[in-house]
Design a binder for this molecule. Structure first.
Ligand code: MLT
Length: 396
C-alpha cells in the first residue's frame, strides 16, 4: 500500500486553515480581545430576499409527493443552465445550455477539472494567485511553472512565447491582488494558448465586482477563447453563496484536443463522480439571475465596493502602497517597514486586532505584501480603519 506521496510536497496546512489556527491561538492567549476578520474572503451580508423566497418555495415542493424531486441531472437542472446562458447573453456571450455545468462552487471544479487532463501536462500558474491552483496540481504530481506578477507589471503578468505550457490558470479580477486584465492583455493570453495548443482555466469568481465597463468579465468576450478556454464561476461572492454552495463551469463545444471534446470528457467525469447540487439550492441560484435577483445582489455588491473604497482610502491617507478595490473586493498592499507578510500578519493582529491574509500564502511573489478583504461588516471595517488611522496620526 502506498499513499499519494505527492501530498508530502504540500505545505502542512491550506492557507486559510493556517490563518484560522493562528487566530484561534491568539484568542486563547488573549481572552476577551476581539479580532476583526478581513482575512478569508467570506461574505457577511445575508442572501437576497428573492433567493430566500425561491428556496422556500422549493422546500415546499420537496415536501409534496407531486412536486418532490430525487436525483437531478448531474450537470444541473436545465432551468438553471438556461438562466446562466441568459446572464452571459447580457455580456454579449452566446452559450448553449449544454456548455454549462452546475457545481457546488468554483473551488471544487477548479480542482476536479484536472481529472480530464494528463498528468504529463505542464501547468503555468501566475504568482501570486489563489492557492488552490497550485495545491491541486501538487497533489496530482504535475509539473508547475510560474509567471511572475509584480509591481513592474502591476501584478498582471503576460505570456512569454518562449515558455511552453499546456494548462494555464488565469484569475481576473485576481485573487489576491484585485488586478483585472484588460481586453488587449487577455487577447495576448488567448493567442498564446491557441499557438501552444494549451487550455486556459479562467477563474471569473469575482467578475460581478468589475465596475469599469471596458474590462472583460468573461474570457469568452475575447475572440478565439471558445477554442481554448474553460471558465469557472461561483455564486459565493456574487450572491453570498459561500455557505449555500453553487457555481458553474463553462466548456464550449469548440474546445477539442486530440479530436476529443473536453465538454464530453467533463460530462463523463461529472456523471460518474458527482450527483449534482441540491434542487433547493439550484432554485435559489436561478433566482440570482432574475432581474429582481440581479438588482438585489447589485445592492450587496455596492456595499462591499464601498467597504473596499474605505480601506483603499485609509491606506492612501497612511501612505501605504496598495492596488485593487476598484474592480474587486480585495485590496493588495505592501507591508510597512519592510516586514515579511507573516510578520505583518502578527503585527496587525497583536497591535490592532485585525486579521488579514499574508501575501506569501499566495506565492513567492506575494512576500512583502498583504491582502485585506472588503467582505466584512461595515461597522467592523470602520473600526479597523479607525484603529489604523489613529495609529498613523500618532506616529506622523
Ligand atoms: C479567499 O479568501 O481567497 C477565498 O474566499 C477563498 C475561496 O473562495 O475559496
Amino acid at each position: 500500500m502506498n499513499i499519494n506521496y505527492n501530498y508530502n510536497n504540500l505545505k502542512e496546512s491550506y492557507l486559510f486553515s493556517l490563518i484560522d489556527k493562528k487566530l484561534n491561538e491568539y484568542k486563547a492567549q488573549n481572552p476577551g480581545k476581539d479580532a476583526i476578520r478581513l482575512g478569508i474572503g467570506d461574505v457577511t451580508l445575508p442572501l437576497a430576499p428573492v433567493i430566500v423566497e425561491a428556496m422556500q418555495r422549493a422546500v415546499l415542493e420537496m415536501g409534496e409527493r407531486s412536486t418532490f424531486r430525487g436525483y437531478g441531472e448531474e450537470q444541473g437542472y436545465a432551468f438553471l443552465r438556461q438562466a446562466v446562458c441568459a446572464y452571459y447573453a447580457k455580456k454579449g456571450v452566446a452559450l448553449s445550455d449544454s456548455e454549462v455545468f452546475i457545481s457546488d462552487g468554483a473551488k471544487s471544479d477548479l480542482g476536479n477539472i484536472l481529472d480530464i487532463f494528463s498528468i504529463n501536462n505542464t501547468v503555468l500558474i501566475p504568482d501570486p494567485v489563489y492557492p488552490v491552483y497550485v495545491d491541486t496540481n501538487i497533489m496530482a504530481g504535475r509539473k508547475i511553472i510560474y509567471v511572475n506578477g509584480n509591481e513592474e507589471n502591476s501584478f498582471l503578468p503576460l505570456p512569454d512565447k518562449n515558455v511552453k505550457a499546456d494548462i494555464i490558470y488565469l484569475c481576473s479580477p485576481n485573487n489576491p491582488t484585485g488586478a483585472v486584465y484588460n481586453k488587449k492583455q487577455l487577447e495576448s493570453w488567448v493567442s498564446y494558448a491557441l499557438e501552444q495548443d494549451a487550455v486556459i482555466l479562467f477563474d471569473s469568481a469575482y467578475e460581478i465586482f468589475i465596475q469599469d465597463q471596458s474590462l472583460p468579465t468573461s474570457v469568452y468576450q475575447i475572440e478565439g477563447a471558445r477554442k481554448c478556454a474553460i471558465e469557472f464561476c461561483s455564486l459565493s461572492k456574487t450572491a453570498g453563496f459561500t455557505g449555500t454552495r453553487c457555481g458553474y463551469t463553462v466548456i464550449p463545444h469548440e474546445l477539442n484536443r486530440d479530436q476529443v471534446s473536453l465538454n464530453k470528457l467533463w460530462l463523463r467525469r461529472q456523471t460518474t463522480k458527482f450527483n449534482g447540487v441540491p434542487y433547493i439550492v439550484q432554485r435559489g441560484a436561478e433566482a440570482v439571475f432574475s432581474d429582481e435577483g440581479l438588482n438585489q445582489i447589485k445592492a450587496n455588491i455596492a456595499y462591499y465596493m464601498q467597504n473596499a473604497k474605505l480601506i483603499a482610502n485609509t491606506l492612501k491617507k497612511l501612505g501605504i502602497w496598495s492596488i485593487g478595490g476598484e474592480n474587486s473586493p480585495y485590496i493588495w498592499l505592501k507591508c510597512t517597514d519592510g516586514m515579511s507578510s507573516w510578520d505583518f500578519f502578527d503585527y496587525l493582529l497583536t497591535q490592532f486586532g485585525i486579521v488579514g491574509t499574508p501575501g506569501a500564502g499566495f506565492g513567492a511573489n506575494g512576500e512583502g505584501f498583504f491582502r485585506l478583504t472588503a467582505f466584512g461588516d461595515r461597522g467592523n471595517i470602520l473600526r479597523a480603519m479607525g484603529k489604523l488611522t489613529r495609529h498613523g496620526d500618532q506616529t506622523m
